[in-house]
Design a protein around this ligand. Structure first.
Ligand SMILES: C[S@@+](CC[C@H](N)C(=O)[O-])C[C@H]1O[C@@H](n2cnc3c(N)ncnc32)[C@H](O)[C@@H]1O
Length: 198
């Protein structure tokens, strides 16, 4: 399964793959066991978000970006859009990778905030994404703090996503749109908006 992309996007994705393979022995950006299947397991997985949204000129914040998943992949997919991308990553070595990758990939509208999400001032993001960061109930306070009033979050969730939703709904109200993952059976991509406390 692969997403149709332009030649320029494909070139950037291939360079991104090469950068991950070069840095991964020093910093665990992805689990080494997943490296042989990097394209499908991580890149195509993240590209799924681009099937559902075309961002405008707002700020897109990727929380706990790690090796740039999905933030950097989306910054590549939407390099021709006016959207600004901010990867929030507390691990200094991973933040250094992200800065280096942004330079090499020539993504001038992307930047890195190497801080804990909790320590950042409200970011008023039009879009937020997160993958493999925390259960939904722990992500909701981040959305409450950093999402603009009319913003939308795109969260990549594993097989437990329905249980996570039930837990999150005990303390939060929000609008939900769910999309089945094409790359991981049972997983889902959740679009969350209109976030408020119960
Ligand atoms: C399991 S990794 C997932 C990375 C990436 N999103 C992915 O899908 O491969 C979680 C990442 O979030 C970062 N992280 C965890 N808690 C954080 C926090 N409170 N603030 C900022 N970054 C955080 C970690 O350093 C780590 O790189």
């Amino acid at each position: 399964m692969s997403f149709n992309v332009s030649r320029e996007t494909e070139q950037r994705l291939q360079l991104y793959e090469a950068l991950i393979r070069r840095w991964n022995p020093r910093i665990n950006l992805v689990a080494p066991s997943t490296l042989p299947d990097l394209r499908q397991r991580h890149i195509e997985d993240c590209l799924q978000i681009a099937r559902h949204v075309t961002p405008d000129d707002g700020l897109w914040v990727d929380l706990g970006s790690g090796g740039g998943l999905p933030g950097l992949i989306l910054a590549i997919a939407f390099a021709d859009r006016p959207t600004r991308f901010l990867m929030v990553e507390s691990d200094q070595r991973k933040a250094a990778f992200l800065r280096s990758a942004i330079r090499e990939l020539d993504l001038p509208r992307s930047s890195v905030l190497s801080s804990r999400i909790e320590a950042a001032d409200p970011l008023k993001a039009a879009y937020i994404s997160a993958r493999a960061l925390a259960p939904l109930a722990r992500l909701m306070p981040y959305l409450g703090k950093h999402l603009a009033d009319d913003g939308q979050a795109w969260l990549m969730k594993g097989e437990r996503w329905q249980t996570e939703l039930d837990e999150a709904r005990q303390a939060w109200r929000f609008a939900l749109e769910s999309h089945d993952s094409i790359t991981q059976p049972g997983a889902a991509i959740l679009k969350i908006s209109e976030v408020s406390h119960v």
